[in-house]
Write a protein that binds this ligand. Structure first.
Ligand code: GLN
Length: 291
């Protein structure tokens, strides 16, 4: 579509763009506003009062390019390069999963376990853009976070976020799951591992088509990564060390079984706002002797 046949004001373009996006996006109005803010540099309150303002030529051209990408299905967060998580504006790239609101549940539950002045060593496995590790590092400045990922491109994005947020208590290490942890003995391990069933039809729809498959898919059923983490994490935890994992809305029972089989203790489920268990917590079995 070409936008140039219209009277070029912010308001008329917003209307036109949201109309155009109706068939491809579940959130056409919001998308139109975000793309407009990105192309013009206006913030949300300026956008609200700029309906009659004209666009500069370059801005209009840029907006056309951004709109074409969104029409092609590309997620808004990859187009703008940012996504809000835990009140932080994080950079995201196609090398990283786009942080989701449900992952804030994992952060919230981890924080209830970590005392305010704790000096814990905590690993975030498969950190991607760094969302979980950044939130924990920010909220618990005396803790030391080790954020790992197999993808060096993802770690570059995480590094940008560490700099942007000026956090000094996160260290990045590249490698698969426990490989970069060597002989660490940690207080807590957190992860939002890949957990989507490789046959899940929703992989063919919407934003996930553009996200790294390695960060989403975990074999048939979606349990491969969780099985691996459950099997090995206790070797890297201190006595009473804690594990917190995000998982799919229908995976709680199966994952409970996996953790139970691997001798984890005090297995606890946490539901999201929709009432689905989405986070599981467990404690190392060595501590069982003390209970
Ligand atoms: N919540 C994501 C989805 O369903 C999956 C994230 C993950 O695998 N860690 O698209």
């Amino acid at each position: 579509m070409t936008l140039s046949s219209l009277p070029i004001t912010v308001g008329s373009l917003l209307q036109k763009i949201s109309h155009t996006l109706k068939s491809t996006s579940p959130t056409p109005q919001l998308d139109a506003e975000v793309l407009m803010m990105h192309a013009t540099g206006l913030d949300r309150s300026a956008l609200m009062t700029s309906g009659n303002a004209a666009l500069a030529n370059g801005q209009e051209l840029l907006l056309e390019k951004l709109l074409a990408r969104r029409l092609h299905g590309e997620p808004i967060a990859y187009i703008t390069g940012v996504r809000e998580f835990w009140s932080m504006e994080l950079n995201v790239t196609p090398a990283t999963l786009i942080p989701r609101p449900e992952t804030e549940l994992l952060v919230e539950k981890a924080l209830t376990r970590i005392p305010k002045d704790a000096t814990w060593k905590i690993a975030d496995l498969g950190t991607g853009a760094g969302a979980i590790a950044l939130a924990l590092a920010k909220e618990r400045p005396h803790c030391h976070l080790i954020a790992t990922d197999i993808s060096s491109a993802a770690l570059e994005t995480a590094q940008t976020n560490i700099k942007k947020l000026r956090l000094k208590n996160i260290e990045l290490r590249q490698g698969s799951w426990f490989v970069p942890l060597a002989d660490e003995k940690l207080d807590m391990i957190v992860s939002n591992p890949p957990y989507v069933n490789r046959d899940d039809p929703h992989l063919e729809q919407g934003d996930v088509r553009f996200e790294p498959q390695q960060a989403l898919i975990a074999g048939l059923g979606g349990f491969d990564a969780v099985r691996h983490i459950s099997m090995h994490a206790q070797e890297y935890l201190k006595d009473m060390g804690k594990l917190l994992l995000e998982h799919g809305w229908d995976q709680a029972v199966k994952i409970h079984g996996i953790l139970h089989h691997d001798n984890w203790r005090m297995i606890t489920h946490y539901p999201d706002f929709a009432g689905h268990n989405r986070v599981i917590e467990a404690v190392t079995s060595k501590s069982a002797a003390l209970i």
